[in-house]
Design a protein around this ligand. Structure first.
Ligand SMILES: NC(=O)c1ccc[n+]([C@@H]2O[C@H](COP(=O)([O-])OP(=O)(O)OC[C@H]3O[C@@H](n4cnc5c(N)ncnc54)[C@H](OP(=O)(O)O)[C@@H]3O)[C@@H](O)[C@H]2O)c1
Length: 336
C-alpha cells in the first residue's frame, strides 16, 4: 500500500521509517513529508532515495495511511484535511481526548479500533502511558487495578530533536566549565532532573501528568484512579516509570511474573541482584516493554511496585503507530 509520513525528518518520523523497514510493512510507495525547510532533502527508505515533500504541496489522496508525527498544531490543521482522503494515525496529543477518536495501544484495546471510521483518525497514546498500559493490562484482567501512582523518568528525546541537541550541547558546556544556557528546557537538563513536562494546569499538575490520567483511563479503564509526577531526566532515549499499583483483589507475585513473561509486548527482567533489571540504555532500539523490580508494597494491602522501561521513540511512538496500521490490515479495515 502507499503510505505517507508527515514529520519524516523528526525523531518519531525517522523511527517510523526504521520500524516500517524492519517489519517489512507492505509498502508500494512511500511519501516523506515535512516542512518547507526540509523540502528536497534526501532520505533513504527501503533502498531508495526519497526527496522530502513540503506538507503544503502534498496530495493525501495518493496514500491509504498517513502517519502524522509533526506535533499538535500540524495535526490540528492538517489531519482533518488528510482524513478526507486517507486514514490518519496521529502521534500528537491533539486528538487523544476526543471521544469519537479511538486512542489505541493494540495489545490493550484493539477492539476500539473500528471507531476510526467516525473521523478517519486514530490517536497514538503518550509515550509514558503506552508502557504503563501494556504492563498493566494483563494484571488488570487478573486482579482489577484500583489505583496507580506513577513517577516517570522521561528521556530528552521525548521533547524532539531539539531536546536531544540541548542535552548534548549542555553536557559539553558543563564539562568545559562554560555558562550553561537553557533554550528548550526550563532549567539546565545536563547533570540535573526537571520535575516539569508540558505546561502547568490550574490544579498544580502539568499537562503531561494530566495526559497520564486521561489516557490511562481512556485506554485501560475509566474506573482506575491515577496520580503521577512526570520528570525529565538527562537520558537520550527510553522512558522509565516507577509504578505503584493497588489492586481490588489479592495478588500472587509468582503469578504476576509468570503472566507478564508471556503477555504481548512485555519482557520481564527481574533478577534481584546487581544489574538484574533493565535501564533506559538497554531498552533503546528494543520493541519490548521491560518490567523489572517486581515486588510487594508492604505499606498497603493488595499493592505492588514495578519498574517499567521502554524506548519512547519505538513502543512510545513509532512502533505503536505501525502496530496500529498492522491491526487495521489484520482486521481488514484497510481501504474500507
Ligand atoms: N519523541 C517522543 O518520544 C514522542 C513520543 C510520542 C509522541 N510524540 C509526538 O510525536 C510528534 C513528533 O515528535 P518528535 O519528537 O518527532 O518531534 P521533532 O523531532 O521535533 O520533529 C518534528 C517534525 O515535524 C515536522 N514539522 C514541523 N513543522 C512542520 C510544518 N509546518 N509542516 C510540516 N512538517 C512540520 C518537522 O519537519 P522539519 O524537520 O522540516 O522542521 C519534523 O519532521 C509530536 O506531536 C510529539 O508530541 C513524540
Amino acid at each position: 500500500m502507499n503510505i505517507a509520513i508527515v514529520g519524516a525528518t523528526g525523531n518519531v518520523g525517522r523511527k517510523l521509517i526504521e520500524v516500517l523497514e524492519k517489519k517489512n510493512f507492505p509498502i508500494t510507495e512511500a511519501y516523506l513529508v515535512a516542512s518547507s525547510n526540509s523540502a528536497g532533502k534526501k532520505i533513504n527508505f527501503l533502498g531508495k532515495e526519497h526527496s522530502v515533500i513540503d506538507l503544503e504541496q502534498f496530495d493525501f489522496s495518493k496514500v491509504k495511511i498517513a502517519f502524522f508525527a509533526a506535533g499538535s498544531a500540524i495535526a490540528e490543521k492538517w489531519a482533518p484535511i488528510a482524513a478526507q482522503k486517507t486514514i490518519v494515525i496521529d502521534n500528537s496529543k491533539f486528538f487523544r481526548k476526543d471521544p469519537e477518536i479511538p486512542l489505541i495501544v493494540p495489545e490493550v484495546n484493539s477492539k476500539e479500533l473500528s471507531k476510526f471510521k467516525n473521523k478517519n483518525i486514530i490517536a497514538n497514546a503518550n509515550c509514558s502511558v503506552i508502557p504503563i498500559v501494556v504492563a498493566l493490562k494483563p494484571l488488570h484482567d487478573l486482579y482489577n487495578v484500583k489505583r496507580i501512582v506513577a513517577s516517570t523518568y522521561q528521556s530528552v528525546s521525548g521533547a524532539g530533536k531539539a531536546g536531544m541537541d540541548e542535552l548534548i550541547f549542555q553536557t559539553r558546556e558543563v564539562l568545559e566549565n562554560k555558562n550553561v544556557e537553557s533554550r528548550h528546557f526550563t532549567k539546565q537538563i545536563a547533570f540535573n532532573v526537571i520535575p516539569h513536562i508540558d505546561s502547568f494546569l490550574e490544579n498544580g499538575s502539568t499537562k503531561e501528568e494530566q495526559k497520564n490520567h486521561d489516557e490511562i483511563k481512556k485506554i485501560l479503564d475509566n474506573k482506575i484512579n491515577i496520580t503521577s509526577t512526570c520528570v525529565r531526566i538527562p537520558v537520550l532515549v527510553s522512558h522509565s516509570i516507577s509504578t505503584n499499583v493497588e489492586f481490588h483483589k489479592k495478588y500472587d507475585l509468582d503469578e504476576i511474573r509468570s503472566v507478564l513473561s508471556t503477555s504481548p509486548g512485555c519482557k520481564v527482567v527481574d533478577e534481584q541482584k546487581d544489574g538484574g533489571y533493565v535501564t533506559p540504555v538497554e531498552a533503546e532500539n528494543r520493541f519490548e516493554t521491560f518490567i523489572s523490580r517486581i515486588r510487594s508494597d508492604a505499606s498497603q494491602p493488595n499493592t505492588i511496585n514495578l519498574w517499567i522501561v521502554s524506548d519512547n521513540l519505538l513502543k512510545g511512538a513509532a512502533l505503536n503507530a505501525v502496530e496500529i496500521a498492522e491491526a487495521l490490515i489484520e482486521k481488514d479495515f484497510y481501504g474500507k
